[in-house]
Design a protein around this ligand. Structure first.
Ligand code: MTE
Length: 318
């Protein structure tokens, strides 16, 4: 990150037609599950069918949402980090439509009682009612946004696979497909992108898997069809376009830690008191605003998550 600073992208560079062309159907079962849960009805094959950038109906409201002003849809879909499509903040919006996301399945494996399996996205999402979660996203590059995600707690999914007591961490992998992800043809990172969480972090109710924003399915540049969102950590922990979830005993080596170990650690909790070796983390610029604001400990989620790190030296475990 900050390998290259990109200028803010202009609205004239947005190409919604191209993005909208990439229509998807994965969300129909998830939204159907919501409709079914709300109505107490069985879920029929066509119920709640929603395609890309179609509204996802019957979203539950979350008590974890912030009431801060939202960033615009344009901000959150045109100013992205997704190195699989390039280093410039505008590259994901330009090139992510080249990734096909239908069909999509996620390999779930590792230390768990259920057998390892390639789970079709529809099956993975089906039991989970979807919520709107308005979270702050704080990038390690010292910018931030407020994003209305649509998703569900990762912990609910983890429970279904019954991880064993050996499963101390959860490891995630992004799709590796250089033919469609032009950034993977270069070596800006060691592909595929990998992230990890300690099991208690993964089970924390604030940690979600997101499938949408602004009440609609995710665009590819946002990590469609399924991405992680961990709001008290720097944005790079929120891995996009997930194809593999593993329950593992040893702490995974996450991509940014492999790339630049003295700058990016495993925990990467937002911490205004511990500066990045090359810049301060004390303040941030909310995208769309000129002024800087003070960065809050754990990105403002300290009341909920500080106890996860009791007794840990957060300078050492950065
Ligand atoms: N996931 C993958 N697979 N590849 C990436 O390059 N970038 C990370 C994270 N997830 C990244 C990724 C970084 S650095 C940030 S800040 C967030 O995605 C940005 O998410 P956003 O584009 O939705 O704001």
């Amino acid at each position: 990150m900050l390998i290259k600073q990109a200028p803010d992208i202009r609205s004239s560079e947005i190409t919604p037609e191209r993005v909208y062309r990439n229509r998807r159907e994965f969300i129909r079962t998830a939204s159907g599950a919501v409709a079914g849960a709300m109505a107490g009805a069985a879920f029929g094959p066509e119920a709640g069918r929603v395609e890309a950038q179609e509204p996802i109906p019957n979203l539950l409201k979350s008590p974890f949402s912030t009431d801060e002003a939202l960033n615009s849809f344009e901000d959150i879909t045109t100013y992205n980090n997704f190195y699989e499509f390039g280093l410039d903040k505008g590259d994901p919006a330009r090139y992510a439509h080249e990734m096909t996301i239908d069909p999509w399945s996620v390999r779930v494996e590792g230390e768990m009682n259920k057998p390892a399996a390639d789970v079709p996205l529809e099956t993975l999402l089906r039991p989970h009612p979807l919520e709107e979660r308005i979270y702050r996203l704080r990038c390690v590059e010292a910018w931030s946004m407020v994003v209305p995600w649509v998703g569900f707690p990762l912990g609910d999914l983890i429970k279904r696979f019954e991880p064993t007591s050996k499963a101390r961490y959860v490891r995630f992998e992004t799709l590796y497909r250089p033919s469609e992800m032009r950034g993977q043809r270069g070596r800006s990172l060691d592909w595929p992108y990998v992230e990890g969480l300690r099991m208690d972090e993964a089970m924390h109710p604030l940690t979600i898997l997101a499938v949408g924003v602004y009440g609609k399915t995710l665009l590819n540049q946002q990590g469609a069809p399924l991405r992680l969102v961990v709001p008290w950590k720097y944005g790079f922990k929120s891995i996009k376009s997930i194809v593999r979830i593993q329950f593992v005993e040893d702490q995974p080596r996450n991509s940014w830690n492999v790339a630049i170990p003295n700058e990016y650690g495993f925990y990467s909790n937002v911490n205004p008191e511990v500066n990045h070796p090359r810049w301060s983390q004390a303040s941030e610029r909310r995208i769309g605003s000129f002024f800087r604001i003070r960065t809050q400990m754990f990105n403002g989620y300290a009341d909920q998550v500080a106890s996860l790190y009791d007794g840990m030296d957060l300078r050492r475990y950065y």
